[in-house]
Write a new protein. Sequence first.
Length: 285
Amino acid sequence: MSVTKKMLIGGHISTAGGIYLSAERAHNFSFRTFQIFSKNQMQWKAKPLAPDDVEKFRNEVKARNMKGIMVHASYLLNMGTPDQELRAKVIEAFGEEIRRADMLGIDYLTFHPGSSTGTTEKVALRNIADNLNHVITGDQKCTILLETSAGQGKTVGHTFEQLAEIIDQVQIKDKVGICFDTCHVFAAGYDIKSKSGYGETMDQFNSILGLDRLKGFHLNDTKKGLNSRVDRHEQIGDGILGIDGISNFIKDPRLTERPMNLETPLGEGGYEKDLSILNAALNEE
Ligand SMILES: [Zn+2]
Ligand SMILES: [Zn+2]
């Protein structure tokens, strides 16, 4: 059986030429889900979405029966910042990300929790929760996913406990979940490469955060080792996590309905090969 049939596999897809073109690009890889940026990820300002493009996007997604689509939020948003001026900008831009995801009918908005630059870890975690409480509304449709971080530099969200500390302080909890990045979690020190390490990590996740919070994945191999705290993605099977580590995820029957997006360095140029390696792994005994 092909991995795209068994699991909800997708990848990060370009929106070049029009946001609605992303669904067809994803479909051409046999993906049943995908991830996009809804705006330039390196800029604060976003051009408003044209109603025509929004309608075409929704139609394309529906026609292809795709689900669990993710928007990845801008890299500029540090929700942990202690700087009040920056904070106002971050809140405004984050609110805009939510509105755009909702307009497009997208289920998940994934973001990097932030960093403790200029403050302590404890305060950064509290700031992230405070800011989420500012932007989450009861009537929004999309669920906001905190992405597990590699713990590079002063980034927070690299332990399940830190992520739980944020969610504990969020008021509308049914609008938050976790996006589990396999490269980041391994770099952060969780041994998901071995079968027993994988089992223990998932048990820990379940007892600290709850498996029902685990809404999706970034499926990446890593150039750096266990506990390296360095975020460097690698093509599937070419990295230190290797096909053994990745197999733990694509063979876990609990995860069949959770979107898993490739974010490997070659992007769309490498997905065919990534998929062939995933297929070989899935079908070997
Ligand atoms: Zn990310
Ligand atoms: Zn990464």
